[in-house]
Write a protein of this length. Structure first.
Length: 319
């Protein structure tokens, strides 16, 4: 298949990607504002809300390490040996409940955890041999407590999740105005116009960035994610409008191409496909317009792109 695409969409799509470097929303958020200290309440929360995971601040009662053969090894003395499994007994003092959980392979994060330590964990409940245990264990930094923490996903175009996190931290800590200025420069518009076009409900871009990357609640995070998407779309549409309003160039008009093309088509040893004919008509229409053509011809290898632009090019000097 071969087709033509207006560069207005292509350019503004590229521009949208640039703007999205700062407006790119996190993949998810961790609600660590009030982590659970009661396993019973965490259980009720997951059952009632039908959420799989929860965040809790629990005491580590006991930690057992095992090698690949299933033999017990000492911890943390065995850390250098990279134990294959850690079994951890967590205790919630609020309801006097103990519950075990296991970590397989990725034990690096637990190297400083010992019996009696408090740990902030993200986990889920699961049943194993008729016993409820903690699964999907993830040890979280203690400074997450009291915060809604954004979680970023690596993006081939925008970079690793660490790069995105660093970009957001820098934008919020020391260069908010510069971050806003960068967005407006890339969008080639002013803040009032962009906010009005997006209709986000936020009074400033700075407020959107703060709510997106450092929200005070999950509700604010959801509003910011929606606003970021609206802003990216608004930047795309504003770019399209600017393209459509580009100045006319009467000298660029090349009229009456289509009638003469049939002469060239008859000389071809093959018949053009319907896609080629459609693309040629669109090119001829653009060339006959008073605004200079700016169009992308796209198609897989062997679909006839060369012939699609070659026929109008051959006829243009004649016309």
């Amino acid at each position: 298949m071969v087709k033509t695409v207006s560069i207005a969409a292509s350019q503004s799509g590229k521009q949208q990607g640039s703007v999205a470097n700062l407006l790119y929303p996190p993949a998810s958020y961790l609600d660590c504002v009030y982590p659970f200290t009661s396993l019973r309440r965490a259980w009720e929360y997951c059952r009632r809300s039908q959420r799989k995971h929860f965040v809790a601040h629990l005491q580590v009662r006991r930690l057992l390490a095992y090698d690949r053969n299933g033999s017990r090894v000492s911890w943390p003395n065995s850390y250098a040996m990279r134990p294959a499994r850690l079994s951890i007994c967590f205790y919630s003092e609020a309801d006097n409940v103990e519950m075990w959980g296991s970590v397989f392979g990725a034990v690096t994060a637990y190297k400083d955890i010992e019996d009696g330590h408090m740990a902030l964990v993200r986990a889920s409940f699961r049943e194993w041999n008729g016993v409820i245990q903690l699964g999907d264990l993830e040890l979280l930094p203690s400074h997450y407590i009291g915060r809604v923490v954004p979680r970023y996903r690596a993006n081939r175009r925008l970079g690793t999740k660490d790069k995105l996190e660093d970009l957001a931290k820098d934008a919020l800590s020391s260069s908010r105005q510069q971050a806003v200025a960068t967005i407006l420069q890339q969008a080639r518009t002013d803040e009032k116009t962009l906010l009005h076009a997006a209709d986000t409900g936020f009074h400033s871009l700075e407020a959107v960035l703060c709510a997106l990357h450092a929200p005070i609640s999950l509700e604010e995070a959801d509003l910011a994610k929606s606003a970021a998407k609206k802003l990216s779309v608004a930047a795309l549409l504003l770019s399209r409008d600017r393209f459509l309003r580009r100045p006319s160039e009467p000298r660029s008009v090349i009229p009456n191409l289509e009638p003469n093309l049939s002469i060239w088509e008859e000389r071809l040893p093959f018949e053009l496909t319907s896609d080629q004919k459609t693309a040629i008509r669109e090119i001829c229409s653009d060339l006959a317009h008073h605004q200079p053509m700016l169009r992308l011809l796209s198609g897989d290898v062997g679909t006839g792109k060369t012939m699609t632009y070659l026929l109008p090019a051959l006829d243009a000097p004649v016309s």
